[in-house]
Design a protein around this ligand. Sequence first.
Ligand SMILES: *Cc1c(COP(=O)(O)O)cnc(C)c1O
Length: 470
Amino acid sequence: MDNDSFRRHGHEFVDWLADYFENIERYPVKSGAEPGEVLSRLPSSPPTGGESMDAIFKDFRQVILPGITHWQHPGWFAYFPANNSPSSVLAEMLTAGLGCQCMSWQTSPAATELEERVMDWLRQMIGLPEGFTGVIQDTASTATLCALLSAREFATDFTANERGIHAPLMVYASTEAHSSIEKGVKIAGFGRENLRLIEARDDLSMCPQSLEDAIGQDIGEGKIPACAVATLGTTSSMAMDPVDDISAICEKYGLWLHVDAAFAGTAAVDPQHRWFMKGTGKSDSFVFNPHKWMLTNFDCSAYFVRDPGILLRTLSMQPEYLKTAADEQVKNYRDWGIQLGRRFRALKLWFVIRSYGIRGISEMVNKHIGLARHFAQYVADDDGFELLAPQRLSLVCFRYNPGKLDEEDLLRLNQTLMEKVNASGELFLTHTVLKEKYCLRLSVGQRSTAMKHIKKAWILIKDASNRLMA
Ligand SMILES: *Cc1c(COP(=O)(O)O)cnc(C)c1O
């Protein structure tokens, strides 16, 4: 493609995206594509000659778009959000155009130094104390893997990297912790059997006494407690583990404390929601995802560590061909994570933080929390529905329960209800199980979700429930 065509299509695509943002409610939130439908519309062999951008773009609209689930639709209430923003999209465009691979300082000094600066802004924005140093990872899963690897090396005086693990190293997390903890435990070589899931209390947060009991028991059996993972904002119900109490236990027994605040971390930008951060200053590592609730395109996960030296000793590689004259004076982020090559992700974060400011981000967080509170009130006021967990931040866990039905029937009823409302194309909800009860989750967080979408969601859910019982 020549530069003139690039210019022409570039303008065309930005116009298309602006129209997309404006008219996104005309699309069904959840794609109605059947398994294999998109695949069957794609030629089984690649083109021999180059095709025109007009032809490619036509297929984007006709073949790809129907198979897209619209995460930026204001009726997005599934999982957690991955909201973006116009400023983030524009930064991603520049990143793509620059096409830098930012593995070390010399491969783009500005990428490294901007990352250093915006990560410290972010640290201040969520109230993590000075002394924590940040690095951008692709996802919370990867950040947690880095934490588990660091904990493994810390617990073995850096010998596991050399000789492997020779005694059972134990990891602790609550029964409500995210699946990425178990995945990381398996990848890092701890072994799944050495992950102990600690019982949750009534409010679904980790019980510190049970944690201490488990540690004591493992020590008695000759095992080595290495790491505890506390979750701030569990995926199923937004439960908050008591990091302060957990940090005291970790300190007492010499465990690494990793805090997973993947979704909830963004709420800490507003000091009035920062209460759950208590004790995080005593953690060894902390992760949250600006790519979930902070207007920054996927992927962008913020990983903070108290002692970067441990991370570097765990992951740093110094092959001759990567050495540079500046190594003594600069950060080379290739040594701060799993991968060698790195995207220039700091740019979109910088654009977002500058264009919204702390105030703009706080206002969005508060809007979403207010909308969730409103929806929770609808549920609480309706005899046919019940809340299955208190509404926390922007998440509401609820189900339809018209009475006189057993758990099995309630599961099927709510499953059908969810399928019906999702098929409307107006909203997209997902489910979980809380204390063995099938539960619908309404998770608010898309940038443009407003009161009218919450009202519409409730009407659709109510109507569908009435029709199910009719
Ligand atoms: C979403 C989520 C994760 C995983 O996030 P990725 O960035 O997709 O790896 C981990 N922990 C919690 C609590 C989450 O909600």
